[in-house]
Design a protein around this ligand. Sequence first.
Ligand code: PHE
Ligand code: NA
Length: 452
Amino acid sequence: MTREKPKNLWLSRWGFILAATGSAVGLGNIWKFPYITGEYGGGAFVLMYLACIFAIGVPVMMTEIAIGRRGRGSPIDAVGRTAQENGSSPLWKGIGLMSMAAGFLILCFYVVVAGWAFAYTLKMLDGSLAASSVDGLAQVFEAHNANPWQLGGWSVLVTLLTLWIVAKGVQAGIERAVSWMMPGLAVMLLILVGYAFTSGGFDQGFAFLFSFDTSKLTGEALLTALGHAFFTLSLAAGAIMTYGSYLPDGQSIARTTFVVAIADTCVALLAGLAIFPIIFANGMDPSAGPGLIFMSLPLAFQQMPFGTAFGVLFFAMVSLAAMTSAISMIEATVAYLNEKHGISRLKAAMAAGAVLLVISMLAMLSFNLMAGWTPMGKNFFDWLDYLTSRWMMPLGGIFTVIFAGYALRSEIMRDELDLPPLGYALWLFMVRYVCPVLITMVFLHALGWLGF
Ligand code: PHE
Ligand code: NA
């Protein structure tokens, strides 16, 4: 049978790597990784996280890129065409549908957190973070969230910027944006790491991240590490598969996957190395939770030489990293509407944006007007996070590896991955045994059926 022709391809050899790294590197690395590492006590968690990235994240990412390129389309079509080529049931398309939905729903709360980063860049500049204690900064954070217009305004700005870039197309929008945003991000990060190194406390930060305490190797920490591996590498959320559908034939999937995974890991570790020294140098608690960067860092920055300038740089960097991730979350939906229903990308972005704004509005209102609406103890924002990270992404991941490892005849992935025999055997072993078993453990644990 004749294979689908690509409608879009990355223009430069770096296009895919920059866009996929942009997708991966985001709030997950700079905001979430440091605070969960802090909560789980450092080194042991970092080790489990690294194991999950390489044992599960890397094989799943390779599989997603391969299916995207094989099917040459947005996730529903990419999986559908690959299943069709194999003579399998069209029901496998459900993987594509769920991934696309996951990316969409993640974006609905991601724009709220990204909005915080944008707002804090400005707050750092205009002196509104000049509180003298962490409690004072917690009040600033709460006051910001209590005002729906302020909170909503920033989220809507992030949403519109994201849609605007995606509407312009794969090459003129996404590829052009990431080709200056990613180098900018790298420079900002290196400056901040250098600053953190000279600010004292570095030894403590390093020891915290890399010293190994076996008492902290718990099941709960392992499961959190696994969930975070999915989130941080943008897996089972439509993003990587759609970007993979624009990857020219002949570019090595394994090599690009390693570059993205290593870059993502380095940014997370560098963010940790930049943030923990500041925390320790100022005698703060690393397990402060999600508020870690918004409530304690501004205080630390104020007490340091040139702190305001570096504080602005820090939040600007977080904002930029969030943008390159946000565009990847909506691309699957825009590509789907565009390819499948022949709607222009601009109209597709506007249609997706309308729905997105309504759902993200509810996420934003859960910090103020709807704060009292907490079915089963979670507000709407928490529900979005919980449903996507705890269920949709791992479910998408397990179905993806079962599809590739068991349902597809071996030529398809062998051909697409184009690995030496030992590499292929290793990939197959991972997707057949290691990934399904470990991901199943997450579910059993989440259901309370596995008590470790
Ligand atoms: N990987 C992104 C981050 O670390 C989040 C993301 C999830 C992006 C899913 C795309 C899809 O912030
Ligand atoms: Na990430």
